[in-house]
Design a protein around this ligand. Sequence first.
Ligand code: SAM
Length: 286
Amino acid sequence: MNLCDINQIKLLLARHGFKFSKDLGQNFLCDDQIPAAIAEGAGITPDTCVVEIGPGIGALSAQLCKRAKQVVAVELDRRLPAILNETMAAYDNFTLVEGDVLKTDLPALCKEHFGDALVIACANLPYYITTPAITALLECGCFDRVVVMVQKEAAQRICAGPGDKDYSAFSAQVAYFAQPEMILDVPHDLFIPAPKVDSVVLRLDAHKTPVTAATRKEVFRVIRAAFANRRKTFANGLCMEYGKSLSKAQAEELLTGLGFAPGVRGEALSLADFDAIAVKLKEMNG
Ligand code: SAM
């Protein structure tokens, strides 16, 4: 069947007595170009192993299976395996794992299904888990690339840089792991049911080597200090984060020593700046 044809989707869902769950962020793609464009944009080749999050009824899964070596999909809704059994029957490289991606041991899943092969994560993410899901996919260190469809505003926040109004702690944290790029706009009327907002496909290419000298914990602590209170200067934010171990005078001296104004705001600084500050803080604290 054509998994992108809205009339065929409606018939399939009615036959299975399936009703969409808003709580599970269920907006299924019903367009015959977008699933293929996502799989193409993800750069999937016949050697690629893929982890998909939330296959739904399989619109994207089918396009992934057509291009990839193997696709393992994690789906939380226990009503969907019966439908996927039917819609994905033609693809012997598709494996369904029932569960919550946020509670899944992703390194163990990749190891079990793919050994040491390079893996790409691909998903039309349910909006309600955008931040924790992207964090989990990047933090686990299993994926060469993460390609996810998210709400347009979320994509803009993730891709924002210093000085942009959408720049946030999460933008800097994502930059620690990967290079983000918006690769495809997806209008809201290409889903059933149609959400109120448009989406964007985001491609996150994981850095092959670390881009900071300080550790993740050290850099993320500085990022937290930068964005915890946007009305305060960064020097004040650092004092609040580091407590008694850093006076305001020391914080300002540290910043000026690195060439920043003493009253600089955290949102004006890049990941490289946060790294330089983390390194200096480590030197100061021995
Ligand atoms: N991939 C399908 C498509 O593009 O048409 C469906 C995408 S729909 C936006 C999100 C899917 O994620 C749904 O199938 C939903 O049941 C599933 N889902 C929601 N929360 C999940 C979670 N925590 N772990 C795994 N799957 C989840």
